[in-house]
Design a protein. Structure first.
Length: 149
């Protein structure tokens, strides 16, 4: 079995993370803005921010990431943890790495007294949803957005 593990992202991961970030944005047809990328990275590694980045390492390389955002809730005294992004590089998919990141996120949530770990995905993201259906409960919420310009 190859050496693989999850750890908190470190400043030295930026170059490898950026390559994955670009692929992730392309998957969702999102614009690739260098300034937003830099801001996102700084927030993810800033210990004062309620944002967390975990990377999965395989054979010494960053091959995936999970970005989490902790936030308050009006329905509970406990905070909740939102999985904002999850991505595994194409050649490393179907090897249990997404599950490993999700388990790490679950453990992080439990260790830090979050009430929930939750996320959204596109309805047509069948590969991811197959995994999600195995490890989480799907809710009946439908998401709406108002874009603020």
């Amino acid at each position: 079995m190859r050496d693989m593990y999850v750890r908190r992202a470190q400043p030295g991961d930026f170059d490898q993370w950026t390559l994955l970030w670009r692929s992730y944005l392309a998957f969702y047809d999102e614009p690739q803005d260098a300034q937003i990328t830099q801001t996102t990275w700084q927030r993810l590694i800033d210990e004062k921010e309620p944002m967390y980045a975990f990377v999965v390492i395989r054979d010494g390389q960053v091959v995936g990431f999970a970005h989490l955002i902790g936030h308050r809730s009006t329905w509970s005294q406990k905070d909740r943890l939102y999985l904002n992004d999850l991505f595994i590089a194409q050649p490393h998919r179907q090897n249990g790495l997404a599950r490993l990141l999700l388990e790490h996120a679950r453990h992080f949530a439990a260790s830090n007294n979050y009430e929930w770990l939750y996320w959204t995905t596109r309805e047509g993201n069948a590969t991811a949803r197959t995994l999600y259906d195995q490890i989480a409960n799907r809710t009946d919420f439908v998401q709406y957005r108002i874009f603020i310009e």
